[in-house]
Design a protein around this ligand. Structure first.
Ligand code: V47
Length: 372
């Protein structure tokens, strides 16, 4: 394989990785320029196995999108409706949102992941009560809620600072932030595809603040639309720099663009090979972020299995009732049982570890031997 790495022009980069040296911006661009996906994947897999061996993580989670009303008009989004009352728009009452958790009373889920549209009319108390109600129902369940973009929106709408919003939500039960809303940090791309959202500096500053309050978070990267390789690497390096400062990031999550039913529908979806390359480059560039997640709803199930040999060590979770990707054309199932996730990890030649949000192990691989 080393021959192949050499022929692919990656010998110097491989030597740097071996020596524990950091990869530079130029190295990253060279990795994306490399046409040999196997050589690239092999390098990334070595790093993946060095950190996690054969372990593959997933969790037992549910997803809740309490409203799709959103004042932002992002070109890639198939989920949002601009105004309350627009066809297809919805906003759950608090009781309806809590019901989603009540319906799963008997299930050993460990995480609720909440992402919403930027609703112009809801009071701040709606979000505080949403969290309080979830905690009343299931004090044991981790609440990973509201992207940094939502936090910035709340601060502007309700006349608070970002720090106040985070502190108040934390006091109501917020445990960590999901990574959504990052898209691509480069200003050129943001201006075109998500001009109404907060900028990259504020996104990163909100994660920094959350880490300062003791919360963990993730960072995503939406790829496969108008971004260049240089802009992807810039995105990864800004993430790496934040992690150097705070150490509060748990996972980096590249998200494959899905073109159905949105304003960028003329663009083709990224290929499976492109998805594997992005995951592999992420593993190599983000030497200080513990986990690289192949979100199976975004990659597709089969590509997620392959990704476990191209740098990814985490698949996200059971998910349930996901809307953002399914409205954008994802053909994946709406949910998977933990049994199915474990089976597909095993079928990919890896060992399943159920984790909680903070990567404490809930169910190890031995459970399959007991179950069968
Ligand atoms: O920020 C929206 C993306 C994100 C499309 O933190 C799209 O554990 C592709 O952030 N095609 C929300 N992507 C989802 C998200 C996430 C997912 C999994 C795990 C975690 C985590 C976070 O979904 C948005 C945006 O980048 N998105 N529309 C689309 N058409």
């Amino acid at each position: 394989m080393l021959d192949r790495v050499e022929r692919a022009g990656l010998r110097e980069i491989a030597a740097k990785v071996d020596a524990g040296e950091r990869l530079s911006f130029d190295d990253g661009v060279r990795l994306f320029a490399c046409r040999d996906a196997l050589a690239l994947g092999w390098l990334a897999n070595r790093e993946r196995e060095r950190r996690h061996g054969t372990r593959t993580y997933y969790n037992f989670n549910i997803r809740l999108e309490a409203t799709n009303v959103c004042v932002a008009n992002c070109l890639f989004c198939s989920f949002a409706r601009l105004r309350p009352g627009d066809p297809g728009s919805y906003t759950m009452s608090l009781e309806q949102a809590w019901d989603k958790l009540r319906q799963r009373a008997g299930q050993p889920l460990t995480e609720v992941h909440v992402v919403n549209g930027l609703h112009p009319d809801l009071p701040f108390d709606y979000y505080m009560e949403l969290l309080r109600g979830f905690k009343r129902l299931r004090p044991d369940v981790h609440l990973k809620c509201f992207t940094a973009v939502e936090i910035a929106f709340f601060a502007d709408l309700y006349g608070k600072t970002d720090a106040q919003v985070l502190g108040e939500l934390q006091s109501a039960g917020l445990d960590s932030l999901p990574g959504g809303g990052a898209e691509i940090f480069a200003e050129r791309v943001r201006r075109k595809i998500c001009a109404d959202k907060c900028g990259a500096d504020r996104y990163l500053a909100i994660h920094r603040l959350a880490h300062g309050l003791g919360m963990r978070s993730n960072v995503t990267m939406l790829y496969g639309h108008i971004e260049t390789s240089e802009e992807r690497i810039d995105h990864m390096l800004r993430t790496r720099a934040l992690q150097d400062e705070t150490g509060g990031l748990q996972a980096f999550i590249p998200l494959a663009f899905h073109p159905d039913n949105n304003q960028m529908r003329k663009l083709p979806a990224p290929s499976a090979v492109e998805t594997l390359r992005v995951l592999a480059v992420s593993r190599l560039m983000l030497d200080n972020v513990p986990h690289i997640k192949a979100f199976w709803i975004a990659t597709g199930v089969e590509t997620a299995q392959l990704a476990l040999w191209f740098g990814a060590d985490d698949l996200d979770g059971t998910v349930q009732e996901e809307r953002i990707y399914h409205m954008a054309g994802s053909p994946t199932p709406e949910a998977m049982s933990t049994r199915e996730i474990r089976r597909l990890i095993r079928a990919a030649g890896r060992d399943p570890f159920e984790r909680d949000t903070l990567y404490n192990i809930v169910v190890g691989p031995e459970a399959d031997a007991v179950a069968s």
